[in-house]
Structures are given as C-alpha cells and as structure tokens.
Design a protein around this ligand. Structure first.
Ligand SMILES: [Zn+2]
Length: 297
C-alpha cells in the first residue's frame, strides 16, 4: 500500500483549505454562493440522511436558527463548492433530532470524502468548545480565519487547534503479530497496541516504551507505515511496525485486559470471515489498515 493510493479513513477529504480566502468579503461571497453547502453538527455528531450520507443544506437555510459559536466555520472548498460546518445548539425545526448520529457508529458506512469532512468538523468544534479562553492571559478568545484558529484580543495571541500524536504499532515476531484488548471493548475484540507520545520522545521511543509498559516486550526496528487523523477528539495516529524476538507476554492489567499472539494465517482467516478467533478492528480504523497492509505483504 502506498501513501498515494491510501484510502485512509478520515483522511482524503480533497478539501482546499482556502487559507487566503478567509477574509470577511470572501466569506460573504461563499455564504451567498448558490453552490455552498454546510455540514450540521450537534455535540460532535453529524446530521445524517437515512442512506448514510451527510445531511447538508445551503447556509442560508440556517437563518433564524440557534447556532453555536464559532460560526461560520469554513472547512474548505471541494471541487469549487464551499463547504461550511455549523454546530446547532438544540433541536431545530430544520432537522429531526434523531438525524444527529454518533460518528463511531456510522463511520463504517459513510462515503470516504464525507467521513473526512465530518471528522474535520468534529475535531474543530471540539477544540473550539474546550478552548474558549486564552491559555496565556485567561481572557475570552474569538474564532479567527473562519474557525481555523482563535485569537485573544487582550494579549494578541493566536491559538491553533491542538493535535495529539499517538503511536499505534503492529508488534511482529516472524509470522506472528501481537494484539491486545482493553477493558470495555466488545467481546472478542483485539487490536494493535497504542499510546500517546510524551514530550521529549520520538515515535520510535514511544513505540518501545508503550510496548514495554503494556506487555513487557522489547521491540526494535521500528518502521513508520502510514498515519490517520482520528477525530475522537483530535489525534494523529502514527501507524508503525516493529520487531521482537521475545514471545513471553507480561500483561499490564491496568492498561490491557488481554494480549495474544496471532499467526498471519489466523489473522487472514478472520479477515476472510472464515474464523472468529477474534473480532477484527473496524474498517475505518488505522489498526484495521495496518493489519490488512501486513496481510498483503
Ligand atoms: Zn490572551
């Protein structure tokens, strides 16, 4: 799998972020462009049609509705169509309340470009919601550049949306792969181990530390494979492979409920739906893509 051909879920929205067209005049023009569309969100949930497509309307249809700050958010321009996002406060006449769907539950059946757009909107609204005050002086901030960052008018500091880097790794020993499960996951579900990168740490070091912490195994030859934006709320998942000669698992039960080695044949059988040895990670996760990439070797 190459990065160019990668259909990584939550990426590939094909949006021009239009960095140089976020002034008031351009925004007014986009808002009045008959082609413009807006995603509707509430509490991080996108409004969906019954067929799994995003419920999008022209921004003018929101006149008179109770929208949350920041508004408007210009997500970008896709094939000459300005794409906005608005977060709605409460139930509106515009749209039935049950149209707002938890993204984790609907991601698997969403179109790739719409999943990327909705994920970008979710991360941006979540960040604005939780960062309404300046971390430098404590005063209220204002959305800037149509939602791309926020600005403190008191101390003149710009604040940019935070993205948290996470390593997620396939731990390989010959033709075996180590997968784990966390408490509370669906019965039988196993996935790649993952953890946040700490300040002062490289991806490689985070991979080695997390693997040691969670399963007591030394790994080496850490290689980057591909990455995924993960909007719950705003991680960058860095997909890795690493190698080990060790097999004995020393489980950290504070982090994991179980961990187990699976052979390539066993994983292949699960992906072919010929085996229920474990429940594979959902298709829209990078863990699924890392396993599929390994199987294709
Ligand atoms: Zn400030």
């Amino acid at each position: 799998m190459t990065q160019e051909s990668l259909p990584m879920p939550f990426a590939g929205g094909n949006l021009d972020y239009a960095e140089d067209k976020r002034d008031i005049t351009s925004l007014r023009r986009f808002l009045n462009d008959p082609k413009s569309l807006t995603v509707l969100m509430q509490d991080g949930k996108p409004a969906m049609n019954e067929d799994g497509t995003l419920w999008m309307v022209h921004p003018n249809e929101l006149k008179g509705t109770n929208v949350a700050e920041p508004a408007p958010v210009l997500l970008g321009i896709q094939s000459d169509v300005p794409i906005f996002a608005f977060s709605l406060h409460t139930s509106q006449k515009l749209i039935p309340q049950d149209s707002f769907q938890e993204m984790r539950f609907v991601a698997g059946r969403m179109k790739p470009d719409e999943l990327a757009i909705a994920g970008r909107a979710r991360s941006l609204f979540e960040w604005h919601h939780k960062h309404q005050f300046c971390s430098n002086c404590g005063k209220k901030t204002m959305s800037a550049s149509a939602g791309m960052f926020s600005h403190c008018g008191t101390c003149q500091t710009d604040h940019f949306p935070r993205i948290n880097p996470v390593v997620i790794m396939l731990i390989l020993n010959g033709d075996k792969c180590l997968l784990g499960r966390s408490p509370g996951w669906p019965e039988g579900a196993y996935s790649a181990l993952a953890g946040f990168i700490s300040p002062g740490e490289s991806m490689e070091e985070a991979c080695q530390r997390e693997t040691m912490e969670e399963v007591g195994i030394n790994v080496h030859s850490v290689k980057y494979i591909f990455s995924q934006p993960w909007p719950f709320p705003s991680q960058l998942m860095m997909g890795l492979r690493c190698q080990t000669e060790e097999t004995k698992i020393k489980l950290n039960t504070k982090e994991l409920e179980a961990a187990q080695w699976f052979s390539k044949d066993e994983v292949q059988a699960v992906f072919d739906k010929q085996s229920d040895a474990f429940l594979r990670p959902p298709k829209f996760t990078i863990a699924h893509q890392l396993l599929r990439d390994w199987l294709s070797d």
